[in-house]
Design a binder for this molecule. Structure first.
Ligand code: PRP
Length: 188
C-alpha cells in the first residue's frame, strides 16, 4: 500500500493537532449550546470520531449517506440520500462533518436539504478543502487544510474503497489511478 503513495501531505500527528484546533474553535463558538453532528459516510468516519472527542459541548451524532453523482453527471450536482439521519434537527444546532469538499456539489446538496428541515443553525466542518475544483460557490465554515488538486487518500479517504485505513493523508501516485482497472469512483 505504501508503495502506491507519491507523498505524505499530513502525518497522523499533524492531523491530530489540527483536529484539536478545530475542536477548540467549535467549543468556543458553541459554548452554552448543544450540537447535532451529522457525519457523511463513508469518508468522514475517522475525522468525525477524532473531532467529536475534542468537542466539549453536549452533542448527539448521526450519520447520513449520499450517492456519488458519478463522473458523467458531475456538473448536474444531482445527489441522492441513501441513508438519512434518524433524528429531527428542527430548532437544533447542526454541524455537518465531511472529509473533503471538492466540487462542492455534495456539501451544497446537504446544506440545501438539511436547511429545509429548519435547524436553529447549520454549519459545516471539513477536514480537506480543494477550492481549485469547485463547481459551485461554497465555503465550509470550518476547514482543516486547504490542499492542491491532488488525488488524496488515507484517514478515511479512498481510491476504489481502498487506503481508507491509512493514518496519514497522502497523494496517490498517478500511475495507480490512471492504469489500474477499478470500478470505484475515480475522483475524490
Ligand atoms: C467524497 C467526500 C464528499 C464528496 C466531496 O465522497 O466524502 O462526500 O466526495 O466531493 P464533491 O465536493 O465533489 O461533491 P465519495 O463520494 O467519494 O464517498 P465516500 O465518502 O464514501 O468515499
Amino acid at each position: 500500500m505504501m508503495q502506491d503513495l507519491a507523498e505524505i501531505l499530513f502525518s497522523a500527528e499533524e492531523i491530530a493537532a489540527r483536529v484539536k484546533e478545530l475542536g477548540n474553535q467549535i467549543n468556543k463558538d458553541y459554548e452554552g449550546k448543544e450540537l447535532i453532528v451529522v457525519g457523511v459516510l463513508k469518508g468522514s468516519l475517522m475525522f468525525m470520531a477524532d473531532l467529536i472527542r475534542e468537542i466539549k459541548v453536549p452533542l448527539r451524532y448521526d450519520l447520513i449517506a449520499v450517492s456519488s453523482y458519478g463522473a458523467s453527471t458531475s456538473s448536474s450536482g444531482i445527489v441522492r440520500i441513501i441513508k438519512d439521519i434518524d433524528v429531527s434537527i428542527q430548532n437544533e444546532h447542526v454541524l455537518i462533518i465531511e472529509d473533503i469538499v471538492d466540487t462542492g456539489l455534495t456539501l451544497r446538496y446537504l446544506i440545501t436539504t438539511l436547511s429545509s428541515r429548519q435547524p436553529a443553525s447549520l454549519k459545516s466542518c471539513v477536514l480537506l478543502d480543494k477550492p481549485s475544483r469547485r463547481k459551485t460557490e461554497i465555503a465550509p465554515d470550518y476547514s482543516g487544510f486547504v490542499i492542491p488538486d491532488k488525488f488524496v487518500v488515507g484517514y478515511g479517504l479512498d481510491y476504489a474503497q481502498r487506503y481508507r485505513q491509512l493514518p496519514m493523508i497522502a497523494a496517490l501516485k498517478p500511475e495507480v489511478y490512471s492504469t489500474e482497472k477499478n470500478s470505484g469512483k475515480e475522483e475524490n
